[in-house]
Design a protein around this ligand. Structure first.
Ligand SMILES: [Zn+2]
Length: 317
């Protein structure tokens, strides 16, 4: 909970205390009311109670964005199709389907990513959104279960607010080619992407780096990629697409275990803390399999929150 000091109450919590004490996680039931259920969105309702149980995290409902906000990265024809369902092939190009409720859910979940990034940027705090980053969505269509690219929309918003360097750190199992496509040539956008599956791959440039790794090299590749980031202290905000789908039981590869993911999250938040850069993270891939139900997937996502808490100096029990 956020308090302001007043003349009458000099002992209430200050912003400095809050950095250690409380982080905001944006979530609303509206995120998951898509009318076309899929693990990518539905799992947020399983993650929310786990986060709510953690000391130091507070769930907050964000303001939804408006349809016009989608136009900062998406084409008018695609946004119109999401609104009307016409043409249907375009409206359901996410590969999941279209429903009259889909747009409202997408506006709510995009609002979550945006609220987290703006909060991190303006207050220098770690934040989260229980919406997924949806990194495969392209300017003119959905793709790979992604309807609207919340990462790209948030990058645009951060730059509009005065940020000069916004890094998308994408550790989903799959490559984030949609985000690169949405932000092609946008000054101030950078992406570091360590994947284990070449789906949605793209060519690295001076501002985007893609590594397609293996279970044997995964942690080393993540550590090296972070280590190669030039002058990290000058990054205004990191948007971390924290995918759990590299995990062997959540859609990934044998050998990437819970311990691997735990260590990965520690590497990310230790790196960010050392650089003094705030992180706004989102859920990303991570799916039900014969070995893991959605509660199990949610437990994996909780690892990101726990690592963020440890980096903020909070005790994690
Ligand atoms: Zn993925």
């Amino acid at each position: 909970m956020r308090h302001e000091n007043t003349e009458h109450d000099q002992t209430t919590t200050t912003d400095t205390d809050l950095t250690v004490g409380t982080s905001l996680a944006f979530h609303s039931p509206a995120f998951t009311d898509t009318g076309v259920p899929a693990d990518t969105t539905t799992k947020a309702d399983h993650v929310a109670p786990l986060v709510d149980d953690q000391d130091g995290w507070e769930l907050v409902a964000p303001e939804p964005v408006g349809p016009g906000d989608l136009l900062t990265v998406h084409d008018l024809e695609y946004v119109d199709a999401l609104i009307s369902g016409d043409p249907l092939w375009l409206a359901q190009s996410n590969g999941i389907g279209w429903d009259e409720r889909l747009l409202t859910a997408v506006l709510a979940s995009t609002g979550g990513v945006l609220a987290a990034v703006v909060r991190s940027l303006e207050h220098g705090e770690t934040t989260a959104s229980l919406s997924s980053g949806l990194h495969h969505a392209r300017p003119g269509s959905g793709e790979g279960y992604c309807t609207v690219n919340g990462l790209a929309i948030a990058v645009r918003a951060a730059l509009e607010l005065g940020a000069t360097r916004v890094l998308v750190l994408d550790l989903d199992a799959h490559c984030g080619g949609g985000t690169v496509d949405c932000l092609d040539g946008v000054r101030g956008f950078e992406q570091v992407d360590v994947s284990v599956n070449s789906f949605d791959h793209y060519a690295s440039t001076s501002t985007t780096e893609l590594v397609v790794s293996t279970p044997e090299d995964y942690l080393e590749d993540v550590e090296r990629a972070l280590g190669r980031i030039d002058r990290p202290g000058s990054i205004d905000v990191v948007i971390y697409n924290a995918g759990m789908d590299p995990h062997e039981d959540a859609g990934g590869l044998p050998g990437i275990t819970t311990a691997t993911i735990e260590r990965r999250e520690q590497l990310v938040f230790d790196w960010a803390a050392a650089a003094g850069v705030p992180v706004a993270f989102t859920l990303a891939g991570g799916y039900r399999t014969s070995r893991l139900d959605l509660d199990g997937v949610a437990e994996l996502h909780l690892l990101t929150f726990l690592a963020a808490s440890r980096a903020a100096g909070r005790r994690v029990g």
